[in-house]
Design a protein around this ligand. Structure first.
Ligand code: BG6
Ligand code: MG
Length: 213
């Protein structure tokens, strides 16, 4: 039986990808190049500094570490400002209902996110109380596709990786879950997330039956 479900945050529980994109695009434009939505796919699930490095590579810009720290800080300030008005309306379809089903069934609920803003976001959308465990960008030393973020969650909940199901929208996150030895359900399309064990369009398609299968 499944003992724990581990959820990515951005793009799985809440629709923050568009705000990350706006903030990164603003940074790219200030540096003098364009950043498309297609480019943005490469940043999903990737840590803040790794994202900046990919962005700079796309723009063909080379900078020292001090400058990079400064730019990453700017981007985060814009992002935090963009999400400052965020509330329950930004929760993706079916999320609250599925989390409630899991709680009733006694399945543990954990967060496995690369974001350092994760707790603040869960508070804003009023879902923090649903989580038994939160592993986020402040707890990890290795970013997805490294399995660390999911293994720390399983460890904290004292469950075996084989008893966990991960929900992920990013290719890097699906890889991380596979490396952790966990079953992974992709949120998105089969084309992008072809390595996932199962793919749904959103958590609205999830049932306890589908989980156990
Ligand atoms: C991931 C997002 O969840 O968190 C990425 O998919 C983001 O887009 C990363 O860069 C880090 O987030 P933050 O909030 O710490 O900058
Ligand atoms: Mg994500």
């Amino acid at each position: 039986p499944i003992k724990a479900c581990i959820f990515d945050l951005d793009g799985v529980i809440v629709d923050t990808a568009k705000f990350h994109y706006l903030a990164w695009r603003r940074l790219a434009q200030e540096l003098g190049f364009d950043f498309t939505e297609e480019d943005n796919e490469r940043l999903k699930g990737v840590s803040r500094m790794d994202s900046l490095n990919i962005l700079l590579e796309i723009g063909g810009v080379e900078l020292d570490n001090a400058k990079k720290e400064e730019l990453a800080k700017n981007k985060n300030e814009w992002y935090v400002e963009l999400i400052s008005e965020m509330d329950e309306k930004e929760i993706l379809p079916g999320t609250t209902e599925f989390l409630t089903l899991l709680k009733e069934a006694g399945v543990k609920i954990s967060l496995g996110s690369a974001s350092k803003n994760a707790k603040m976001i869960l508070k804003k959308i009023n879902l923090l109380h649903m989580f038994d465990c939160i592993i986020d960008g402040t707890n990890i030393s290795k970013a997805k596709p490294d399995p660390e973020v999911f293994l720390l969650g399983a460890n904290a909940l004292k469950v075996d990786p084989s008893e966990c199901v991960v929900f992920e929208d990013a290719v890097s996150g699906v890889e991380a879950a596979i490396s952790a030895g966990m079953y992974v359900i992709g949120i998105g399309t089969k084309e992008t997330l072809h390595r996932a064990n199962d793919v749904v369009g959103s958590l609205a398609e999830m049932t306890l039956d589908r989980l156990e299968r």
